[in-house]
Structures are given as C-alpha cells and as structure tokens.
Design a protein around this ligand. Structure first.
Ligand code: PLP
Length: 376
C-alpha cells in the first residue's frame, strides 16, 4: 500500500514506541506530584518546551501541550476573546477548527471579519490590510493550507499587522508547516502558533500551542492549574516525550528537498489528462507536501475508493471535512463545482521512495483510464 494522504495523518516513527513504553510503564508518574521522581518528569517537560521553542525559531514565550491541534486552535481563538466592541479577523482559508469557531462567534453576535484568498490560494494581503484597524483584537491566518499547500508569508503578514493594529493578537495555524518548511517566529509578530504531533510522525493525541505572552491568553477550562494555568489537566508525558523524539528525528531542510524531488517525480509521471493543481506557485509560496489532482469526468470519491483497491491511499481534503459535500477552500479559489467534485488531495512524506512514487503515479494513471472508459 502506498500512502499519499500525509496531510491527513502520518505513520508514527517506530522509535516513539520505546519512548512511550519508558514514559508509560517506567516513568509513569504524575509530573505535578510532590515526589522527587515526579519533579524529574516536570523538568523533562520543561526541556521539551525549550526544544520545541528552538524548533519554532522562537526566543521567547512558552509552549502549551494539548490533545490535538483542533484544541490548540480553539484555545487560541476562544482564549483571546474579550468583552467590548472588538473585531476578530479570519482568513477564508482556515481549517474547520478555526473557521467553524469564527462562524460561531458571528452567531453569538461578535464581529467576525473574513479575509478572502487570492486565486493562488494565499491570503489576499491587500484585503487583510483593509480589514485591520484599531478595533482588531485577534487575527487568525493558516500558515500552510491543508487543502492546497499554499504558504502564507509570515513576515508580510507581520509587517501589516504591526502597522495596522500592533496590539492585536496574531494566531497562525502551523499544522502543515511545522517541521515541514523553514520557520522562524523570532522576528515575526506571531503571538500564537498551533501544531500537531500526528502530522509529523509523532502519535495522535499530542499537539501544541506556542504562546508568546501568557498574560494575553485565557484558559478554556478550570482545573488543577497545570501548564501555567492555561491548560489544566495532567500532562500527557508520554505524548510530549514522543513528540520531542519525532521533532528530533526530522531534518526539515533535507526532508523538504526530498519531498520537492518526490513531488517533481510524481508530476512527471502523471499522465497529461490528469490536471495537477499546485497553489501558491505564482509567488513561490507552495509547499510540495500537498497538491490536488483533477480527474475530469470522474468523482474524486470514486477515484479514492478505486485507488485504495489498487494499492494507493489518497485524500479528499481535510479529514475533518472529507465527509461533508464540497470543498470550501477550493470553492473560494473559484474552482468550478465539477472540478471540485473530481478533485483528490495528494500529500507526501519524506520517507517515501522514488520507486513508490513512480508506482503510485502509474497506478493512478491506469485506474483513471479504466474508470473513464467505464463511465463513457
Ligand atoms: N489545522 C490544520 C491546518 C490541519 O491540517 C489539521 C488537521 O487536518 C488541524 C488543524 C487539526 O489537527 P488535529 O487533527 O491535530 O486536531
């Protein structure tokens, strides 16, 4: 089976299993307990926090460990709400774990403003500039789109934010960016940054939220006051240590080159009657980890099931929205309904081989020919 749905989730590094065993069966203590053995675990968590900060390219702030990026995103938005006549700004390219929160805020009578995307999938910076003002309390912009792979430019967004509303809180959803593309939050205006373990070969159930200034965020649930009082609940020590292991094992620069090469090989081997959509190319802001294929005349879902039988797993966009009709982000980019219904998301990881990629492309070509002939 060749797995090409790595934006959905990734295969966990086997090395994480030993870490899990150690921190679940041997060092299984509660890091908040008073025993010396527990205190050591608390130090381990702090060390991982520092290590993640380094990997985010941040030289200040903290990392909160959460159960998934859906939680991180909800915490970022809801933890930044304040009473008063504030405006909350969201790009139209947000993942449902931000977008649906934004819609809910609107229903609750808060002022949510939405920023459109350019045709290449990146956020329309001119529109962003027009929306931001001194009433803007919070801005959320996805770093790399999980649907299209388009990359939003942190430094340009930071410059606009600093100029138009320096006091606003800027959140970026970095789930498809962290450990995949170069990242440096150091000189940016980013206050909050979400990431998720299972997208980078760590287990499911562990994720994080970078927080530049702890005082600017409010906790979502009451409890024992763990993690600076911002995310109560006993820390998932094993998950945190496994996340650290995965982060340590990933050389994102080398991986990015490998994935770029795999993506090029794949595209060269895909037959010309299958349309390849790569977003963000016009501004050189495309992540090679994600692209879309259009199978004219055949439903993406039909292709997905046929490909699975033939040995290739692909995706239909965000796993969280895969069961819902249509694709909000592709629609926003002006793709017509037929194209959207015929689209499939391909997403790579750096540990695939060129042989697997060529094989997958051939299977995709053959499967499409076969189904197209049947349909006609
Ligand atoms: N944000 C983006 C951009 C994603 O791609 C995903 C998962 O698909 C999420 C958030 C949610 O991540 P999790 O599955 O950890 O909740």
């Amino acid at each position: 089976m060749i797995y090409l749905d790595n934006a959905g989730t990734t295969k966990m590094f086997e090395q994480c299993i030993d870490v899990h065993k150690h921190f679940s069966c041997q060092q299984f203590y509660n890091p908040s307990a008073l025993s010396a053995i527990s205190a050591k675990l608390s130090v381990c968590i702090t060390d991982v926090e520092k290590f993640i900060l380094q990997n985010l390219g941040a030289n200040e702030g903290n990392v909160l460990f959460t159960s998934c990026a859906t939680e991180s995103n909800n915490l970022a938005v809801n933890g930044s709400l304040r009473n008063g006549d504030w405006e909350y700004v969201f790009s139209l390219g947000e993942h449902p774990s931000v977008f649906n929160v934004a819609k809910k805020l609107q229903l609750e009578g808060r002022k949510a403003r939405f920023v459109p995307l350019c045709k290449d999938g990146t956020v329309d910076l001119q529109a962003l500039e027009e929306v931001l003002n001194e009433k803007t309390r919070f801005i959320s912009i996805i770093h790399v789109s999980n649907e299209t792979g388009a990359i939003n430019d942190i430094s340009k967004i930071s410059e606009i934010k600093n100029r138009k509303c320096p006091k606003a809180i800027l959140h970026m959803d970095g789930v498809q960016a962290f450990k995949k593309i170069p990242l440096s939050l150091r000189s940016s205006a980013v206050d909050l940054y979400s990431f998720s373990g299972h997208k980078i070969h760590a287990p499911k159930g562990i994720a994080g939220l970078y927080v530049k200034n702890k005082n600017a965020l409010k906790q979502l649930f009451e409890g024992g006051g763990q993690q600076y009082g911002l995310r109560s609940g006993t820390e998932n020590v094993s998950g945190i240590m496994q996340l650290s292991k995965a982060v340590e094992m990933i050389d994102e620069k080398a991986n990015l080159q490998k994935v770029q090469n795999l993506c090029d090989v794949f595209n060269k081997n895909i037959s010309s009657d299958i349309k390849i959509l790569q977003f963000g190319l016009t501004q050189n802001m495309h992540s090679p980890y994600i692209e879309n294929l259009i199978f004219e005349g055949v439903k993406g879902e039909t292709m997905l099931h046929a490909l699975e039988k033939a040995g290739v797993i692909v995706g239909l966009g965000s796993a969280c929205s895969a069961k819902k009709a249509g694709n909000r982000v592709l629609q926003e980019l002006g793709q017509d309904a037929n194209q959207i219904i015929s689209s499939v998301r391909i997403s790579f990881n750096a540990y695939l081989t060129e042989d697997e990629i060529v094989k997958a492309a051939n299977i995709i070509n053959q499967t499409y020919q076969m189904i197209k002939t049947k349909v006609q």
